[in-house]
Ligand binder design. Structure first.
Ligand SMILES: Nc1ncnc2c1ncn2[C@@H]1O[C@H](COP(=O)(O)OP(=O)(O)O)[C@@H](O)[C@H]1O
Ligand SMILES: [Mg+2]
Length: 222
C-alpha cells in the first residue's frame, strides 16, 4: 500500500546541511502494522512527514496506492490525505476555539456528513473522554489532547493510520486503551498502521518492527 524507495532528506540549519534520511526504504502492505523505533533525533518524525506527503524528500520516491506521492499537485496530495490517511502528530494540532467533540467531528463535518457529532462523541467515549467532549483543548491535559487528536485522526476510518508516539503522554492503562483502539481498527477495517514508539511492548504488538539508524530502516528481528 505504501512504499518508500531510497529516500534522502536533509535539513539545512545555521548554514549547514543535516542529513536525516539517507537511503531509507520501506514497503508496507495493506492491513499491516509496523512499528518504527530509534533514538530521539534519528528522524522518525521526518520519516512520517515524508510518507504522508507533508515533507518532500530530496531524492527517492514514495508510492501510495500506486501513486507517486510527490509527483502529485499539492491539492491532490491534500485530498489523498483527507480521504485515506489519519495522522496523529506529537504536537496534536487541535483547534483551540473548538471543543473536543467539534475537533473530532471536523474531518466529517468538512466532508458534509450529517452524523459527524454523534460519531465524534462515540469515538471520544472509546478513548475514555466521553465526559470531556464539550471541553476546549486548553482545559485538557497533554494525554487528553493526545486522545482527542487520535479520535480526530480516526473518525473517517482512514486506510492508513500514522501515529507519532501515540501513547507517549499516557499512563499505562490509558495507553493500552489507545493502542487497543488502533489495533482494533487495524484489524476490523484492514487499515494499515504505521506508528513510532519508544515503548517496546507497543512495538511488539505490531507485525513488524523497523529501526531507523543512520538514516536507513532495518528490520528488527523478533
Ligand atoms: N525543520 C527542521 N529544520 C532543521 N532541522 C530539523 C527540522 N526538523 C527536524 N530537524 C532535525 O532533524 C533530525 C531528526 O528529527 P526528527 O525527525 O524530529 O527525529 P525524531 O522524531 O526521531 O526525534 C534532528 O536532528 C532534528 O533536530
Ligand atoms: Mg519525533
Amino acid at each position: 500500500m505504501i512504499e518508500l524507495k531510497n529516500v534522502h532528506l536533509a535539513y539545512s540549519a545555521a548554514g549547514r546541511s543535516i542529513p536525516v534520511l539517507s537511503g531509507a526504504s520501506l514497503s508496507v502492505a495493506k492491513g499491516e502494522s509496523v512499528a518504527i523505533i530509534g533514538p530521539s533525533g534519528s528522524g522518525k518524525t521526518s520519516l512520517l512527514l515524508v510518507l504522508t506527503g507533508l515533507e518532500t524528500p530530496d531524492s527517492g520516491s514514495v508510492i501510495f496506492d500506486g501513486l507517486e506521492l510527490h509527483a502529485q499537485s499539492n491539492d491532490a496530495r491534500a485530498d489523498l490525505r483527507r480521504d485515506k490517511i489519519g495522522i496523529v502528530f506529537q504536537n496534536f494540532h487541535l483547534i483551540p476555539s473548538l471543543t473536543a467533540c467539534e475537533n473530532v467531528a471536523l474531518p466529517l463535518d468538512i466532508a458534509g456528513s450529517d452524523n459527524a457529532r454523534v460519531r465524534a462523541a462515540e469515538l471520544l467515549e472509546r478513548v475514555g473522554l466521553g465526559h470531556r467532549k464539550d471541553h476546549y483543548p486548553n482545559a485538557m491535559s497533554g494525554g487528553e489532547r493526545q486522545r482527542v487528536a487520535l479520535a480526530r485522526a480516526l473518525i473517517h476510518q482512514p486506510a492508513l493510520m500514522v501515529a507519532d508516539e501515540p501513547t507517549g503522554n499516557l499512563d499505562n492503562q490509558t495507553g493500552d486503551a489507545v493502542a487497543d483502539l488502533l489495533f482494533k481498527l487495524n484489524q476490523e477495517n484492514d487499515a494499515t498502521l504505521i506508528l513510532v514508539t519508544h515503548d517496546p511492548a507497543l512495538a511488539a504488538r505490531c507485525q513488524r518492527q523497523v529501526r531507523l539508524h543512520e538514516g536507513q530502516l532495518n528490520l528488527v528481528q523478533a
